[in-house]
Write a protein that binds this ligand. Structure first.
Ligand SMILES: C[S@@+](CC[C@H](N)C(=O)[O-])C[C@H]1O[C@@H](n2cnc3c(N)ncnc32)[C@H](O)[C@@H]1O
Length: 278
């Protein structure tokens, strides 16, 4: 049953998927609207039916990542930051009461409506937070646009101290991720850090994930996919290859914090694997 629902969902266009979600969640959204308490630092949070950027508690997850940014990425309040695939501002909102007013926050995303939402909800109150729409194709999120494998980030070299891509490379293809590793390296200042999340395949996660609810059934060349038709649904990469791409892009130091997604043994940090590049 779950499989058929999934196939039906993925047969829709990205826009229609978002509309369907709003319809299904409309009773929940009504309840949230009546409660009227869905705010953080004066910013209205998106309603459950509007959140197309992943499950779980929107605010709680944003606050957890704020902690990772500080503890794993050594983010300081006077730094300039870049949010790659900023979505509905899940990571931006909790940072509005952390970053100094003089610090620059830049976010970009391929879903125009999400960028407009962030501009209206966040930038109007916090003018040092800017969001930019870029027209790129991604079969999970957009129907058309240019190729992310050739996209040149619209920021000058050495513009930021810290950048992140949370749950973004888990929806992108190999050549796109390779390009983004190069682009991030270019726009981050020497001494800066880049935190990104992945599904990494190594000996253990290959075995542990194969029988779990989170299994990547389709392998094409070096990439594992969860859905055959919508490749961006969930994407996993070989851990060693990923590290080689990062070194090739100019990153010198790579710290990996394994996630629990595959059901692996031993300590884990979050659901997805986290990497901090320096
Ligand atoms: C699972 S959501 C995560 C959003 C946000 N990073 C967060 O953690 O809440 C993935 C996001 O990546 C965006 N995205 C997909 N392909 C992209 C690309 N090539 N460049 C930038 N953003 C992209 C999607 O539009 C979507 O907002």
């Amino acid at each position: 049953m779950k499989r058929y629902l999934r196939s039906f969902f993925y047969a829709l266009s990205p826009t229609n998927r978002r509309i369907l979600r709003r319809v299904i969640f409309s009773p929940v959204d009504l309840f949230f609207r009546l409660l009227g308490k869905n705010f953080y630092n004066g910013i209205k949070l998106p309603l459950p039916g509007e959140i197309f950027t992943g499950g779980g508690d929107f605010l709680k997850n944003g606050l957890i990542y704020k902690k990772y940014f500080l503890e794993l990425g050594q983010l300081a309040s006077n730094e300039d930051v870049l949010d790659i695939g900023s979505g509905l501002g899940r990571m931006a909102i909790p940072l509005t009461d952390f970053l100094d007013k003089k610090s620059k926050y830049e976010g970009f995303d391929v879903v125009k409506s999400a960028v407009i939402e962030c501009q209206q909800r966040i930038s109007l109150k916090f003018p040092n937070f800017s969001f930019q729409y870029v027209s790129l194709e991604n079969d999970l999120y957009t129907s058309n646009g240019g190729s992310a494998s050739e996209y040149v980030f619209s920021y000058e070299k050495n513009s930021f101290d810290f950048a992140w891509a949370t749950s973004v490379f888990t929806h992108m293809e190999q050549d796109e991720v390779i390009n983004y590793l190069h682009q991030a390296r270019r726009v981050i200042r020497p001494g800066g850090r880049f935190l990104a999340t992945f599904f990494l395949m190594d000996q253990e996660s290959k075995v542990s994930s194969s029988n779990s609810a989170y299994s990547f059934k389709y392998k094409i060349k070096n990439t594992w996919y969860m859905d055959k038709k919508i490749k961006g649904a969930n994407v996993a990469f070989d851990k060693q290859l990923l590290q080689a791409w990062a070194f090739d892009a100019g990153w010198k130091d790579i710290s990996i914090y394994p996630g629990s997604w595959s059901g692996r043994s031993g300590p884990t940090t979050d659901f997805q694997d986290i990497i901090v590049f320096q």
